[in-house]
Ligand binder design. Structure first.
Ligand SMILES: NC(=O)c1ccc[n+]([C@@H]2O[C@H](COP(=O)([O-])OP(=O)(O)OC[C@H]3O[C@@H](n4cnc5c(N)ncnc54)[C@H](O)[C@@H]3O)[C@@H](O)[C@H]2O)c1
Length: 359
């Protein structure tokens, strides 16, 4: 469980707060009493969590680019945060093939800029750089990755995140290496889902979009196995890590945050559950391609987070999917999505999420 006493009154500089995970992180941080200073580009969808949950009403934030070092440095210096959480990224594989230069600029040099701006801060206690489970070299063996495994990544997105890991390692060793310096960690999580995500080419948002429009969901690789989890699970893990990192330098380094083994299932299994939960004639069809290469297996070994942080995921796959379908159904019914999102957050924190089986 996260410790509200740690977060109350803490100043948290959060990049990517207008994005899917960043918006859930903002809601959670505010719920824990932290002061959030967001820094990101403008939201790209009018029904994003950031817009519908009215996150901007509750935090201080700036719409700006992490590729602009001087603006970022000024924003961070003005906030004088205790904690930096860096989530801003070009976060998708397929657009990374279309725009590799922009992807590397944002994910690699953007991370350099965040680290560079942060190392000037006297107030800083801990810093978390969010990368991905795709940062590992994946030979398709199906073995679960450990934090010590080799970094790699074929497509520009995955590779840029491996580069962000290396950049963070260099900054940690070169500039955050004295006892008085802030501790720096990286977090590698898997495919997350939840209310308010509209990213193209992500399974759950694609499904919700198709079902809302009464269309069949088109699926590329029904047999690909992924570690699926609700966004709040890794976000809770990130906060737990930061809490401990602030006072324990042994925790600096890389951390996996994945679901339990029962949630490492093929795309097709997730789709069948979503269809059952949605009802209303929801259906899927095969999308024959051509498609860019994607790894067939991706699994994470999360023993480190379990052992050192006592972190385990709170939601089973069926519970996370049910919360997600409820969110998009609430959107369809025109309900107040700030209220719905806060209720979902509270249920996760109180462990009162229903089982999740389709009605
Ligand atoms: N969603 C997933 O399944 C998943 C899985 C593993 C890792 N991640 C990582 O988690 C983080 C958050 O992902 P998400 O799903 O919320 O992505 P998202 O696309 O919803 O949000 C990305 C955020 O980054 C910001 N951003 C992008 N380019 C920027 C720039 N040049 N300057 C400033 N801000 C910029 C956007 O404005 C947005 O706030 C990313 O680092 C992503 O790589 C996500």
């Amino acid at each position: 469980m996260t410790d509200p006493a740690f977060w109350r009154g803490k100043k948290v500089f959060l990049t990517g707060h207008t994005g899917f995970k960043g918006a859930w992180a903002s809601l959670l941080l505010r719920r824990l009493g932290a002061d959030v200073y967001g820094y990101a580009l403008a939201p790209t969808h009018q029904s994003s969590l950031f817009v519908t949950a009215r996150i901007a009403d509750d935090i201080r934030h700036r719409i700006a680019d992490i590729r602009d070092l001087s603006t970022l440095r000024a924003a961070m210096a003005e906030a004088a945060p205790d904690i930096v959480i860096h989530m801003a990224a070009q976060a998708l594989v397929r657009p990374s093939y279309e725009e590799p230069v922009e992807t590397f600029a944002t994910n690699v040099m953007g991370t350099v800029h965040v680290l560079e701006a942060a190392r000037q801060l006297r107030s800083l206690q801990a810093m978390l750089i969010v990368t991905t489970d795709k940062c590992y070299e994946n030979n398709g063996t199906g073995e679960a990755f450990r934090e010590s495994d080799r970094l790699g990544g074929d497509d520009p997105y995955s590779n840029s995140k491996a580069c962000a890991e290396l950049v963070t390692h260099s900054y940690r060793r070169s500039f955050f290496n004295v006892p008085s310096a802030a501790r720096v960690a990286t977090a590698r999580a898997g495919n997350v889902f939840g209310g308010g995500d509209w990213a193209r080419d992500r399974l759950v948002p694609d499904a919700m979009q198709a079902f809302l429009e009464g269309q069949a969901l088109r699926i590329r690789n029904p047999n690909s196995v992924r570690p699926w989890q609700h966004a709040l699970d890794p976000v809770l893990g990130y906060l737990k890590l930061v809490e401990r990192l602030a006072s324990d330098e042994r925790l600096a380094g890389g951390w996996n945050f994945g679901p339990d083994a029962a949630s490492e299932v093929p795309v097709g299994t997730v789709v069948e559950q979503l269809i059952a939960l949605w009802g209303d004639g929801a259906r899927w069809t095969a999308d024959d391609g051509p498609h860019p290469h994607e790894a067939a297996f991706l699994r994470l070994d999360c023993a480190r987070a379990r052992t050192w942080l006592n972190w385990t995921p709170r939601l089973r796959l069926s519970q996370g999917l049910a919360l997600t379908v409820d969110w998009y159904k609430a959107l369809q019914r025109g309900q107040d999505l700030r209220r719905v999102s806060l209720e979902q957050l509270e249920r996760v924190l109180q462990d009162t999420v229903p089982n999740g089986a389709a009605q």
